[in-house]
Design a protein around this ligand. Structure first.
Ligand SMILES: [Zn+2]
Length: 293
């Protein structure tokens, strides 16, 4: 580190502008990729990861970020976190080889319940069933630099649960993954990206140091580590849209949309509020701030 503090300054800027991208399923069937926005074709993923590489981004994990806070490592000039929610088998089969080829890291958030073998939570909205990662896949990916995080035990809306059930989802999923991987699990992504102050406090108490939402939380990474804003990547996100989403200005814009939707929601009459969808206005599919799983 430079004695004049220049590296510290650069590190601070890198932290503030760090983007966290969010994917779900990666598929190799074009028709399936177009059926639901959460399915991104592997060719699109590869194109996007190559673009990150060409543009000088360096992929890091949340554990890397936290090491940098303790000054054990400095962040690269343009850090980015790539995250995958739900822990689909496709993450291992299709995304992992592309990441490995490019020497990139990622964070995979998995549903830790032993009896959850597929995306049963998507059944009611017509998303095709898809198998989830097996323990052996998690062990191998973890050994090769992929950070494994929790996505709860059974993928519920945590804010709807009473304290004891929410605690079970948060703490038991962490424990199961730690026993499997023999290493601390520090990060969680809240199912559906839905979180409130009670759940954030419980997650912190359970030992998590990073909590990921989706299109919510502060514009700057690090301002609220228990509600990290992420940028959803859809199959329809083209090269231009992907490049746009990497800009700090996009984060600011996304943040302002979220704050506006919050203000509108709080001003709505109780009768009108009852008619609002389950997710925030800013997360309606198709407007760039998508409903997240
Ligand atoms: Zn999910």
């Amino acid at each position: 580190m430079a004695t004049d503090g220049s590296v510290v300054q650069m590190d601070h800027r890198a932290r503030n502008s760090m983007n966290v991208l969010m994917y779900h399923r990666i598929v190799d069937d074009e028709s399936r990729a177009q059926r639901h926005w959460t399915c991104v074709h592997v060719d699109n993923l590869a194109q996007q990861l190559h673009m990150l590489d060409r543009c000088g981004f360096t992929t890091i994990t949340f554990n890397d970020y936290q090491l940098s806070l303790s000054v054990e490592v400095n962040l690269p000039r343009k850090p980015v976190v790539i995250s995958f929610d739900d822990g689909y088998l496709d993450t291992y089969r299709l995304a992992f080889p592309v990441l490995r080829e490019l020497g990139m890291k990622a964070v995979v958030f998995v549903v830790a319940g032993k009896n959850v073998k597929s995306n049963i939570w998507d059944r009611h909205i017509g998303v095709p069933p898809a198998p989830l990662l097996e323990p052996g896949h998690l062990v191998q990916m973890s050994r090769e630099g992929i950070e494994i995080g929790s996505h709860s035990l059974t993928h519920p809306r945590l804010i709807d649960l009473p304290d004891d059930a929410a605690w079970e989802e948060l703490s038991h999923s962490k424990l199961l993954l730690e026993m499997l991987l023999d290493s601390p699990i520090n990060s969680i992504s809240y199912p559906y990206g839905i979180v409130d102050t009670r759940i954030k406090n419980m997650a912190r108490e359970a030992g998590y140091t990073i909590g990921c939402g989706v299109s919510s939380g502060p514009a700057h990474f690090g301002d609220d580590l228990m509600e990290v804003r992420r940028t959803a990547i859809k199959n329809s996100t083209g090269p231009l849209g992907f490049g746009l989403r990497l800009l700090p200005l996009f984060q600011r814009y996304s943040f302002l949309r979220w704050k506006t939707s919050q203000a509108l929601s709080s001003r709505a009459t109780p009768a009108r509020r009852r008619n609002l969808p389950d997710v925030a206005i800013s997360t309606v599919p198709g407007n760039g701030f998508e409903h997240e799983n």
